[in-house]
Design a protein around this ligand. Sequence first.
Ligand code: FRU
Length: 472
Amino acid sequence: MELIKTTNYTIKKANEQLQNHAEKVKQSKFWLGYHIAPPAGWLNDPNGLVYFKGEYHAFYQHYPYKSEWGPMHWGHAKSTDLIHWEHLPVALAPEYEYEAGGCFSGSAVVSGDELYLIYTGHNEKREPKEVQCVAKSTDGIHFEKLQENPVIAAPPEDGSFDFRDPKVWKQNDLWNMVVGSGKDGIGKALLYRSKDLKNWEYTGVVLESNGNQGDMWECPDIFSLDDDVDVLIFSPMNMEGSKTRYMIGKMDEITGTFETVSDDEIDYGVDFYAPQTFLDDQNRRILISWMNMWKKDMPEQADGWAGALTIPRELSVENNKLIMKPVEELKQLRTKQLVKEYEKALELSDLCLELEMVITSESSNKLGFSLLSEKGESVKIGYNGIGKQIFTDRREMQQGEQDLCQAYYENGKRDIKLTAYLDRSSIELFVDDGQLVMTNRFYFKGDNITLLISGNENDIDTLAIWQLKVTM
Ligand code: FRU
């Protein structure tokens, strides 16, 4: 039976739209030099991160027609090394009744020779509004939606109509799917199992909020690290003081229930939401996240685009703490090392830098660095030894968010290592090789930037700055 399309969206139309606007969008002063961003239009969550036939694929929530959220398509990029990305045609457009409001977030798995995308079909005009769907491909570029869609047509009793973002993985010969939901103010992660990716059986609740952990758990993901540690990550809606969390513990192999040992924020920045992980061919667990947040100012919208993905980060666990560091490949982006100066003038377009400094944790000065513009704007980044706070201070910016982002940090040592990836309108700050991470966007009105190192030679042990290659 041929399914009838109920929307006017097509992949062809989406690709034409992107082709017509990509050139102009790239002129944006906020355009990122080495991060994935949409060729034009809107991007939110990373989706379907996967290693398939020798290449890394990153899909993402995408609306090609405007720099605002709209009926979701899946944008697509691929790479052989996690640092040079090539845009591919849009992978999914919302076409059928079961997904007419958008192909929402989901994941990808490889089965045999084929790549499967498992996603949420969203349609506000139908009850239930969210169902789970599958599309497949042999070339990793063109996808065909299954006749069996939706493969899960309604939420279970434990959940509600907010029932989305399936993350699928294989365990003991069975496909497992964790789906985000919530009921009566309690966010949850629900588990399904299947032999063939088409017929799914509900297993039960993996974990739910203790009452203070949000009312809907978006984008859940479950994986093992170091063999005997399991990790659950999710993005809770309406949780006081938190956006994206990890739980470290153990998932019961039979019931799927999760016993939590410790939990914390994944990234202390403002511009970090809905991360997803995948396993690569070297057995590394890699995380990529949306590098923005709902309801925040995004000045790049005026230039015809919005949203980007973070750099890939490798995960590990140490003393029940999640550690997240830039993948090794990023070092290949280094072109030249800048002369060690405490004050350096740059053009905004050259602000694609990696900066590494080791500072004294005991200093009463705020140590780190600032970016200043000729218009009196500044972003200050570093460590405040008195309050023991890692900070990113955007209060003196003139557009975008103007706030002070802080997180308590102490390592019990004399030194603290700061590694920062700067990319024209983004800063990803890694403390002590990923013990704490803080991701934020910033939007200068000025074009002439001064990079100013704060602190003197007594406070700073090592300082190295590399110019990074522009790949996008
Ligand atoms: C998270 C989210 C998901 C949903 C998608 C829609 O940012 O709200 O729950 O699938 O975005 O674009």
